[in-house]
Design a binder for this molecule. Structure first.
Ligand SMILES: *Cc1c(COP(=O)(O)O)cnc(C)c1O
Length: 316
């Protein structure tokens, strides 16, 4: 992975050279407590010489919903944001797996009241290389965190509200100190919610089971894709419902899923081995069909992909 900065970022409607996109230090502070963001991936297809952005419209529609929920005015249409992202991938010549990070926050907060509604939004879209780990041998040991997932009566768990993320971060830190790779958070009802920044799924008796959308989870686009692929491609039954903690301990397979997490197999929970302690068969099958849908190695689910047009251009 290379670490030089991208040439451009998209900042308040303009393709802006990286070094020119600065703000005053006094903007540190309240400006991001009401911020919302998106995490989007683009997958490089070497044979086509093309980058495919995954479910870009759904991500930008979720950004729009997140902004509505925290009362941040959005000055652009979803189509404009899609166009900006595609153009950014082209000007940065993203010929590798790429992470796109749009973030909206309240600008000019120094003289403003943090509880006011009269806010000005700044919106940026950043890119950076982020290699996929699909098809690899990632295996994680998980622990149920003693921190509970934020609940609907305190914060809005279903959107990517930046302030929410201290919750998952504390959980991840707690279990990391205890020697585990990832956390799973229960909700305030003591039922399974999700991992830090990723949804959780389990397989039992050939069925794919995941907490329902009222379990305090984020409305994940990957979760949706995996449920569709399990049903339509693998032909396995799926259940979205309340999940007990002990169902994880007796599951045949467990994994996390999300844009960043992709499919991350979990081989033990609270040191209970899952299945035979190796990555399960359905998890491996889902990994394979998910990667095909991302990387356009077959033509199905083309409606989920936005090719950015690099195939038509010469490498910079
Ligand atoms: C982004 C995110 C997920 C995964 O959502 P995707 O749309 O699949 O990327 C899950 N949980 C949290 C808290 C998230 O922020």
């Amino acid at each position: 992975m290379h670490h030089e900065r991208p040439s451009f970022l998209w900042y308040n409607g303009k393709m802006t050279p990286w070094d020119d996109a600065t703000i005053h230090v006094s903007e540190m502070g309240w400006s991001t407590i009401g911020a919302v963001f998106e995490g989007i991936r683009g997958y490089w297809n070497e044979d086509q010489g093309e980058l495919h952005i995954y479910r870009l419209r759904e991500h930008m529609e979720r950004l729009q919903r997140s902004m509505k929920l925290v009362h941040l005015p959005l000055d652009y249409s979803v189509d404009e944001l899609i166009e900006a992202t595609v153009e950014l991938a082209r000007v940065n010549d993203c010929r590798h797996d790429t992470y796109f990070f749009p973030m909206a926050y309240t600008a000019d907060t120094y003289f403003a009241r943090f509880d006011g509604l009269e806010v000005k939004t700044s919106l940026q879209i950043l890119t950076r290389p982020l290699p996929s780990h699909l098809g690899g041998d990632k295996k994680m040991h998980a622990k149920i965190s003693s921190w509970r997932r934020i609940s609907e009566d305190v914060m809005p768990p279903r959107v990517k509200n930046l302030s929410n993320y201290r919750n998952g971060q504390l959980a991840r830190q707690e279990v990391g100190i205890d020697g585990y790779d990832t956390a799973i958070l229960l909700n305030t009802h003591g039922k399974v919610s999700e991992g830090p920044g990723a949804c959780v799924m389990l397989v039992r008796d050939g069925k794919l089971i995941t907490p329902d959308l009222t379990s305090g989870i984020l409305e994940s686009i990957t979760r949706d894709a995996i449920l569709v692929l399990a049903r339509e491609v693998l032909g396995i039954p799926v259940e979205e419902r309340v999940v007990d903690r002990t169902e994880l301990y007796v599951a045949d397979e467990v994994f996390l899923c999300g844009t960043a997490a992709e499919i991350s197999p979990i081989v033990s929970v609270d040191r209970y081995p899952i299945g035979d302690g190796n990555v399960g068969l359905i998890t491996r099958e889902l990994d394979r069909v998910y990667e095909a849908s991302l990387r356009a190695t077959d033509s199905s689910y083309a409606e989920w992909r936005t090719p950015v047009g690099l195939a038509a251009t010469v490498p910079a």
